[in-house]
Design a binder for this molecule. Structure first.
Ligand code: ADP
Ligand code: ZN
Ligand code: ZN
Length: 762
């Protein structure tokens, strides 16, 4: 093939290293997606190239033909400005579309149009003022006297000398242009004449958007005897194994162990990646890490804007270890940073399903990807949690990973006392206060009286999950998705949580016109509302997706709660994870059943994890905490496991179910998801594909099955599930799946069907 010209060399050194190429290859093969999708996820968009149309006036052009008024206007704009594209022309001329004029001018030879490749990332610069050369004090004296007839200029120069502390300090203080002009109400014109006289000059300097300011550091905490034992075991396992599971109850001080291990890596000149499942958590951990490692720690997550991400990426990529971050604290996507010599990856709260990316591709699991990344760097991986994922514990029990267990909380604080409130019973006796059982009401009252804090957990945001007509049972649904709309009170809207479609709540039922439409169930917003009416004095905060969209929102909520500016924090699963508050004496789980009844083979495992984790927020410091769980099914085996803090029983019962019903860790799952706007066509396609796959995989193919939510944003969805034995080759199965999917897509009638794979779906 013929090669293309090289237009420009954009970077002085590569921005992607060899480890990354290998890592991307693995992701695309393991998770069955194209390399381009991995690239898109891996590189901040500011480092990708964009093309732009650049239009310039032709200097040699002599007007031979008559130009129209607008054409003349356009030519005029082009002659007087640089970097003009179509949208600037539209703006400058006030026309909606200047394309016809551009075409005509191009034909007449008046302009040239070229595609230009541009770098989307723009460095942030700031203007400063400084002396144009190194004047000695006597030279400076002469200069000042020389300006005696230009009073304004003299004033400016004196003011500069004053601000830069010229006479007092060896190196001049930086003087920013805007602050300088403001300081004396100077005009730019006067400053310009000093610049022309080569006395002062104005210069640009690159600014970092991320804060690299130095923080004071203090030493490491001394580990307690149990932590010492755990860290010694971890080191020992690492001599033979690449991965260790640290199974330590909440508040046992796992984070302190991580910090000691990080220190060891840094002393060997190695990098460390510290993964967390949730941005909310980075807020607390970053403070703990910065106290020890200062600005050797960088942080990376999706609340950063693109320019900030580019700066962190470039920082990790630089060749100067003195200035590059040595520790990166980040969420899922930080596995894609350009690490050069990782020594250790820590995956904290490894059981969390937020480590898995659902949409779009690559549908990767950051924990599993981290294991491969560590393998590339010959680094070690430490998985930490109080409630391991079943697969992880299985891998540890079967010897694939090292297993280290830590059952003592730091300073031997007792595990919280767990109390069950039977909602069915309380309802029957009409003793419920709205959504609060009498037990919860009483305990909240006591805690508030004692000036202790409370966390309430409900895994549902919004005000109420749905509205319902009292007389006929009609429920407003999203027109684009197969879900009911959630009522949000703060803006009085019914919102679809899948496509964000929103409408005003109807005054009358669509079906029977009755005006009695009531809200059903309760989300975090309603809980907050009800708390205000029962405890008008209490200060209440809410942490869910709706209250944490803004950049500093998490930080503010956590800060306020830490400083006891809030008495009660209501939240979704965000409050259940790893947060460490001193003064929380009570944690309430408002509805355990909504988690237990979720239609998924992992529902029991997840409910256990969720309840054990949120319980772990109670009584972390001073005294034993209390946890109150409201449920319709107090006898439920999982609730029993939670009360007894018995992870292992939960694990064993789940494991035998997994074996019986052929699920992980005994089998691998691959979900084949088909989407189309036309339901009939989609069903046909799914049937054709399932039939052809059955010829190869037989009874290991399940479906086609409609998911619980079978329409999102007007696309119908249908799934086919493949279960393969752990010992058989997944690579071969994936290859076959691809073949069959491509074959289907090549059939004329099924061209429009979207097919994607989800490997190890969650
Ligand atoms: P985990 O990560 O296991 O939930 P943390 O590391 O957050 O536990 O520890 C719980 C609390 O105990 C934290 O406030 C932590 O600072 C404190 N802590 C843990 N270990 C020590 C130690 N060895 N010395 C002093 N404080 C400790
Ligand atoms: Zn009705
Ligand atoms: Zn919708």
């Amino acid at each position: 093939y013929s090669t293309k010209e090289i237009l420009a060399c954009l970077d002085d050194s590569p921005i992607i290293n060899n480890f990354q190429f290998q890592f991307w290859d693995w992701i695309s093969q393991y998770y069955q997606c194209v390399l381009g999708d991995v690239f898109k996820a891996a590189i901040p968009s500011g480092l990708k190239l964009e093309s732009q149309t650049k239009i310039t006036a032709n200097e040699e052009f002599q007007t031979q033909e008559l130009l129209s008024k607008t054409e003349e206007q356009i030519l005029n704009v082009l002659k007087h400005s640089k970097d003009v594209n179509i949208s600037t022309l539209n703006q400058a001329t006030g026309l909606k579309n200047t394309l016809p004029q551009i075409k005509s001018l191009l034909e007449k030879g008046a302009i040239t149009v070229e595609e230009q490749i541009i770098n989307a990332y723009k460095e942030k610069t700031k203007q400063f003022v400084r002396l144009a050369s190194d004047f000695s004090e006597s030279e400076m004296g002469d200069l000042i006297i020389g300006l005696k007839r230009a009073k304004k200029q003299q004033e400016i120069l004196l003011s500069y000398l004053n601000l830069s502390k010229y006479y007092f300090e060896e190196t001049a203080q930086k003087v920013s242009l805007t602050e300088f002009l403001k300081s004396g109400d100077f005009s730019r014109a006067v400053l310009k004449s000093l610049v022309e006289k080569q006395i002062l000059e104005i210069y640009h300097e690159k600014l970092d958007r991320i804060d690299l300011s130095h923080t004071e550091t203090s030493g490491l905490k001394t580990l307690n005897e149990y932590q010492e034992k755990a860290i010694a075991e971890t080191r020992k396992h690492f001599q033979e194994k690449n991965c260790v599971l640290l199974h330590g109850v909440t508040s046992s001080g796992k984070t302190e162990i991580y910090i000691h291990l990080i220190q060891e890596q840094l002393q060997q000149g190695k990098q460390v990646l510290y993964l967390l499942p949730e941005i909310a958590l980075t807020t607390q951990i970053i403070t703990r890490l910065r106290t020890v490692f200062g600005n050797k720690v960088g942080i990376y997550h999706s609340k950063f804007n693109d320019a900030e991400r580019v700066e962190i990426y470039n920082n990790v990529n630089q060749n100067d270890p003195e200035n590059a971050y040595q520790v990166i604290l980040g969420v899922r996507s930080s596995v894609f940073l350009p690490f050069k010599n990782l020594g250790l990856i820590i995956v904290d709260e490894e059981h969390e399903n937020t480590y898995k990316q659902f949409d779009p591709a690559p549908r990767y699991h950051a924990r599993d990807a981290a294991l491969y990344l560590a393998h590339l760097h010959k680094a070690k991986t430490l998985l930490g949690t109080a409630t391991p994922a079943i697969e992880t514990y299985y891998n540890a029990k079967t010897g694939k990973y090292g297993l280290v267990e830590l059952f003592q909380r730091h300073q031997n604080i007792e595990m919280p006392e767990i109390i069950i409130a039977d909602i069915k019973e309380a309802r029957r006796k009409k003793r419920m206060k709205s959504i609060f059982s009498p037990e919860l009401m009483e305990m909240m009252t006591t805690s508030l009286e004692n000036k202790e804090q409370i966390i309430l957990f409900q895994n549902r945001r919004g005000y109420s999950p749905y509205l319902e007509c009292k007389s006929c049972g009609w429920v407003p649904h999203c027109p684009n998705c197969s879900v009911s709309l959630t009522y949000h009170q703060y803006n009085n809207q019914l919102v679809c949580h899948y496509c964000a479609h929103s409408i005003q709540p109807p005054n009358n039922c669509d079906q029977c016109s009755s005006s009695e439409i009531e809200d059903r169930g309760f989300g975090t917003e309603k809980i907050e509302d009800e708390l205000h009416s029962f405890f008008p004095e209490a200060r209440i905060g809410r942490m869910d997706l709706d209250t944490t969209r803004k950049k500093m929102a998490y930080e503010n909520l956590i800060y306020k709660f830490e400083n006891h500016e809030l008495d009660i924090l209501v939240g979704t699963q965000m409050v259940s994870k790893g947060l460490d508050f001193d003064n929380v004496s009570l944690v309430g789980v408002l509805n355990a059943d909504s988690m237990l009844n979720y239609p998924d083979y992992r529902a029991y495992e997840r409910s256990y994890q969720m309840m054990a984790q949120v319980s772990g927020r109670a009584g972390r410091k001073k005294k034993r905490g209390k946890v109150l769980i409201q449920t319709f099914t107090p006898e439920h085996p999982i609730i029993k496991n939670v009360i007894e803090n018995d992870y292992v029983s939960m694990y064993s019962s789940q494991l035998s179910e997994r074996q019986e019903f052929i699920y992980p860790p005994y089998y691998r799952l691959i979900n084949i998801c088909l989407k189309d706007k036309n339901q009939t066509k989609l069903d046909q396609a799914a049937n054709v594909l399932a039939k052809s796959l059955r010829k190869v995989f037989g009874a290991r193919i399940f479906g086609p099955q409609s998911p619980v939510i079978n329409r999102i944003q007007n696309y119908y969805i249908i799934n086919i599930l493949l279960k393969i034995e752990k010992k058989s080759s997944p690579a071969k199965a994936k290859w076959i799946l691809n073949q069959h999917a491509n074959h289907l897509k090549n059939m004329e009638q099924f061209k429009s069907i979207q097919i994607n794979f989800d490997v190890d779906p969650m």
